[in-house]
Design a binder for this molecule. Structure first.
Ligand code: PA5
Length: 352
């Protein structure tokens, strides 16, 4: 199998997606400054937070919800469709997150928030979303341009965590974000392109090559598992699936016995040592059951002492593994032909 040196990566990764992953620490801290620069103040929203966004721009909110977990004091809902839930209104903050600012579902949800009189906050690089927010007087967190939306995950995560705080739905976790940024600096040395070929991230990518990955985790690792799945889809252009524990122990776990007859599936267990002790035990038991039909079974332990650190460690590892997986397949991580095709067809179709 091919090597994963900087030269080998550069030969496939035409736009340097790996460099954007390696800048995660800087993105996390810069994002805090950008939230401050938006001028957003705490909102009086006892109904909590609704995040409107799609794909890479919703991924930060999914991670934020996962890491806040039982620390949430008000609802935090992710609305990934054209219309907001029926209960959205003046007592709910609607945080519209779109990297391009032109995603039709997010624009529609923003307009729905206006119709319902819901207070609004936006994070974007520009586009129609920022134009609407500026016209309305809604605060805008300015996200830097020039990335793929999924590469701006540090910005998406921090702005969603801060939106939860501003909505009164969660405590501030700024000190955890700063600690996570410092941890990323050391993990980049351990897992990045200059690390040895048998380092953890490169080894995982090699072991998963040629398989359909199924990524599973509990609590904050469940959110990270979905991020890994999406990154396998978009960076490596592969089918991949994610599931959550303990729910998967009540259905999906049954399928592993037959999996090897149907295709080559791998099982990636993302594990947070600080999760509920029963979820820690479930991770071990479920990986054992999955080994009946998955090859390989890979178990990953989150790093760091605070929840945000542990989440971010899993996200960084997944982002690197999926870029390495792309390189091993010769797939340029910037290419997302399926997403582009659907967006192009929709923009050519009349809106009824
Ligand atoms: O990663 C991607 O490119 C996509 O998942 C986009 O994030 C998604 O299509 C939504 O676009 P935007 O982030 O510009 O709102």
């Amino acid at each position: 199998m091919g090597s994963l040196t900087r030269e080998a990566i550069a030969a496939v990764d035409s736009t340097g997606q790996i460099d954007e992953v390696l800048e995660l620490s800087e993105h996390l801290t810069d994002a805090l400054w950008r939230v401050d620069s938006s001028g957003a103040r705490p909102f009086d929203t006892p109904g909590g937070l609704i995040v409107a966004g799609m794909g890479g721009s919703a991924s930060g909110a999914r991670l934020a919800r996962g890491v806040l977990g039982s620390r949430l004091t008000r609802p935090m809902y992710i609305s990934d469709d054209y219309l907001l839930p029926g209960w959205a209104g003046p007592s709910t903050l609607v945080f519209a997150s779109s990297y391009s600012g032109n995603t039709e579902e997010t624009l529609s949800a923003y307009d729905d928030a206006v119709d319902r009189g819901a207070p609004r906050l936006v994070a974007s690089t520009g586009g129609a979303l920022v134009a609407r927010a500026r016209a309305d007087g809604a605060p805008v967190v300015p996200i830097p341009g020039g990335f793929q939306p999924r590469a701006a995950i540090g910005y998406a995560l921090v702005s969603a965590l801060e939106a939860a705080f501003l909505a009164g739905a969660a405590p501030s976790v700024r000190s955890e974000i700063e600690a996570a940024a410092a941890l990323v600096d050391s993990l980049v040395l351990e897992w990045g392109p200059d690390a040895p070929e048998d380092s953890e991230a490169k080894s995982i990518a090699r072991s998963l090559h040629g398989t359909v990955p199924v990524i599973v985790g509990a609590e904050l690792a469940s959110a990270a598992a979905y991020r890994w799945k999406c990154q396998f889809n978009e960076n490596a252009e592969l089918p991949a699936f994610a599931a959550s524990l303990p729910e998967a122990d009540h259905n999906e776990v049954v399928g592993w016995e037959a999996a090897a007859e149907l295709g080559r599936f791998s099982y990636v267990s993302l594990e947070d040592p600080e999760a509920h002790p029963r979820n820690v035990l479930r991770a071990e038991l479920t990986a054992e059951v999955a080994s009946a039909g998955a090859d390989p079974v890979v178990r990953v332990t989150a790093r760091g002492s605070t929840p945000v650190e542990r989440l971010v460690s899993l996200v960084l590892l997944g982002d690197l593994v999926t870029i390495y997986a792309a390189v091993l397949r010769g797939a340029d991580p910037v290419d997302i032909p399926g997403i582009d095709a659907v967006k192009a067809a929709l923009s050519a179709a009349p809106v009824s």
